[in-house]
Design a protein around this ligand. Structure first.
Ligand code: ZN
Length: 440
């Protein structure tokens, strides 16, 4: 897989969400494909099709679902529930149906949210064949007894599941994985926001030289990540860390869920980036519930992959309803999320481990022009203290990030100090500090 240099101007994150919002996506089908083709246009992903029926670990890729139309008509012929108005109106993966039903016959197939009477719920039934409609509770309450004409013009046939992938090669083959699910239909925060921010991050990384290689995966939730993992086991040893991205456009504060490994490189980098950001944030331990980190962190895979979001799935009332719409996400939050991830990349790219070449007592910094010989410590800026921290803790085991956390001195100042000390030949970079790091 190679990166195609892509110079087509990329729309803003908010515009990407707007462009993709109307498409009816699912875990397979033409809506998913159209979404991946859109992503491909701007960042050059490779799209893989996994045939229906393919065994992927304990799962089987299902038949492909496509939908053209769906409605409930009253006896006057008015479409009272119409897929063309909102693709949330039809249960995702509904089998085709056509017939006339009384309201009582219809009820078991109608889904509403009684405590959010204006909202349409997002309901799926991927693995149990059924059909149904989602509507506002207010509309359901207004329906009168009588006969209703129902049609879902969908198909469930052997086809394939699509996922998209981009590798941005760096100086080493050690990889950082960035994964987002792209199977939800017209829902903006969960997870068009993740797709939009990931696209911008991919473009940003493609425009600079990186030490790490970065692998982006755009796959339908659960089955897509499982399919990718099943087809790419040979790549897994190269993955040094990763993030699943979702819910990055709402106005809630940042939330990071640690990987199952708890204090891996990515866990520490994200903690530091959040801590330095000045934003409100929460960090919680791994749990096997959430987005595709569940698959990446399953015990037989056990990649250090955390979950980076603003609001947490299932905890905001707009979640999986028609209220997770274009008004629920804002450009300011999207920009902030992108900036925070840029910072994560910056830390990853500049972190390193050094060894003190003059470890017996402090070297004399003054004669090397590194240190003010007149002022006392109280008057010296962080930078001078940073020199001492880097010298003391550069024993070949502590990274610059560790030293920043331990000293409370900003990471950038620690990096600056380390660069000066390296130039003065007082410390030397450990080239093998990343397990299995290989120059390519
Ligand atoms: Zn979701």
């Amino acid at each position: 897989m190679s990166t195609k240099q892509n110079t087509l101007p990329i729309p803003s994150t908010h515009q990407i969400i707007k462009d993709l919002y109307p498409i009816c996506r699912s875990i397979t089908g033409d809506g998913l494909r159209a979404t991946l083709e859109y992503v491909q246009k701007y960042i050059g992903i490779e799209i893989t099709e996994v045939l229906s029926g393919t065994a992927v670990f304990d799962w089987t890729v299902p038949d492909e679902w496509n939908i053209r139309d769906g409605f409930i008509c009253n006896d006057k012929g008015d479409r009272i529930v119409d897929f063309r108005e909102s693709n949330l109106h039809v249960v995702n993966y509904s089998e085709p149906i056509r017939g006339s039903f009384s309201l009582d016959e219809l009820r078991p197939h109608l889904h509403t949210i009684p405590d959010q009477p204006d909202a349409i719920p997002y309901v799926t039934s991927y693995y149990k064949q059924t059909w149904g409609f989602c509507l506002s509770h207010n509309l359901l309450k207004s329906l009168e007894d009588g006969q209703y004409t129902v049609e879902i013009d969908s198909s469930l046939e052997p086809g394939s599941l699509s996922y998209g992938e981009l590798l941005v090669p760096g100086k080493t083959d050690q990889e950082i994985l960035v994964s987002c699910h792209c199977c939800h239909p017209s829902l903006a925060n969960d997870n068009l926001s993740g797709i939009a921010v990931a696209m911008h991050l991919a473009r940003h990384l493609s425009n600079q030289e990186n030490r790490f290689s970065y692998r982006f995966i755009f796959a339908p939730g659960t089955i897509g990540a499982i399919a990718w993992l099943a087809e790419n086991e040979d790549v897994l040893p190269q993955i040094a860390g990763g993030l699943t991205l979702a819910n990055l456009g709402d106005s809630g504060h940042f939330n990071y869920k640690r990987s199952r490994q708890h204090d891996s490189l990515i866990d520490n980098v994200v903690s530091l980036a959040l801590n330095d950001s000045g934003h409100r944030y929460g960090i919680r331990n791994f749990s096997p519930y959430g987005y595709d980190e569940r698959q990446y962190c399953s015990p037989g895979i056990d990649l250090p992959v955390g979950s980076f979001t603003r609001s947490i799935h299932g905890t905001f009332s707009e979640y999986h309803t028609s209220r997770d719409n274009l008004d629920f996400v804002n450009q300011e939050s999207l920009k902030e999320s992108f900036a925070l991830l840029q910072r994560v990349v910056d830390i990853l790219e500049h972190n390193s481990v050094f060894e003190n070449l003059n470890p017996k007592c402090e070297p004399q910094l003054g004669k090397r022009g590194l240190y003010s010989t007149t002022g006392g410590f109280a008057a010296t800026p962080d930078y001078s203290i940073a020199l001492l921290w880097v010298l003391n803790y550069s024993d070949g085991t502590q990274s610059l990030m560790d030293i920043s956390v331990r000293s409370g001195i900003a990471f950038d100042t620690i990096v600056q100090a380390a660069n000066r000390l390296r130039d003065a030949r007082l410390i030397e970079e450990k080239t093998d500090w990343l397990a299995g790091e290989n120059e390519v």
